[in-house]
Design a protein around this ligand. Structure first.
Ligand code: AP5
Length: 209
């Protein structure tokens, strides 16, 4: 299975990917996680990406495209992958499509997780990430157990101001890629409102359809 998860910031892409990749036995490739790891390690890529990310802006296409095409060419992705957060612009979608054609791969599914803007800020502001396990929590909707609470981190781009900026970028630059995948017949829309279990059930059905 070669698939993409698309959705606004905080739609639940990371939460749902973590639930699905084990059963699908494919790597979860999150451009946001890769960029955050580069920032933490202080690589040249991380230094360049940091300012864009903190401000809720998109990292330039040429930086992200190279990073993802190199990642999907690794042996563990030969049998399939789940992309999360990439592509996010039309040039990124075109670069992915060209690379897949060159490799002789086809895209099986693109799942759009739909969540209205008015729910997005609350999801981001309340998010907490566990740096040890990678688990994503929410202070209200998915509270962390007390024993991990002290080590949780709040992402620098999960301020209300940065989330609003990320929403603007989503509607302006990422939403326009949806019709491309709709035209290819691979797009499935999933309602992202409800409990994480309800959303997982809808996603599983969408992947099978
Ligand atoms: P990235 O990390 O990709 O962020 P994003 O797309 O904004 O998505 P999020 O990680 O914020 O949310 P999510 O949909 O994974 O939601 P989650 O499951 O955590 O990108 C960050 C930045 O990196 C970008 O702004 C950009 O600067 C840069 N970047 C990355 N990729 C790029 C690219 N391709 N091109 C250029 N720049 C790029 O859930 C959110 C919260 O909601 C959690 O607290 C969770 O517990 C809770 N939640 C989840 N599901 C539910 C539910 N059903 N009900 C209630 N709460 C829920």
């Amino acid at each position: 299975m070669r698939m993409i998860l698309i959705g606004p910031p905080g739609a639940g892409k990371g939460t749902q990917a973590a639930r699905l990749v084990d059963q699908l036995r494919i790597p979860h490739i999150s451009s946001g996680d890769m960029l955050r790891a580069a920032v933490k390690e202080g690589t040249a890529l991380g230094v360049e990406a940091d300012g864009y990310m903190k401000a809720g802006k998109l990292v330039p296409d040429e930086v992200v495209i190279g990073m993802i095409l190199e990642r999907i060419a690794r042996p563990d992705a030969a049998g399939g992958f789940m992309l999360d957060g990439f592509p996010r612009t039309i040039p990124q979608a075109e670069a992915l499509s060209a690379a897949m054609t060159r490799a002789g791969y086809t895209l099986d599914r693109v799942v759009l997780i739909e969540v209205p803007d008015e729910l997005i800020v609350e999801r981001g502001v309340g998010r907490r990430n566990d740096p040890v396990t990678g688990r994503i929590y929410h202070l209200t909707f998915d509270p962390p157990p007390p024993e991990v609470a002290a080590r949780l981190v709040h992402r620098k781009d999960d301020t209300e101001e940065a989330i609003q900026q990320r929403l603007v970028k989503y509607h302006g630059e990422t939403a326009p890629i949806v019709p491309l995948y709709e035209a290819q017949g691979v797009l499935r829309r999933v309602d992202g409102v409800g409990t994480p279990d309800e959303v997982t059930a809808r996603l599983t059905a969408a992947l099978a359809s």
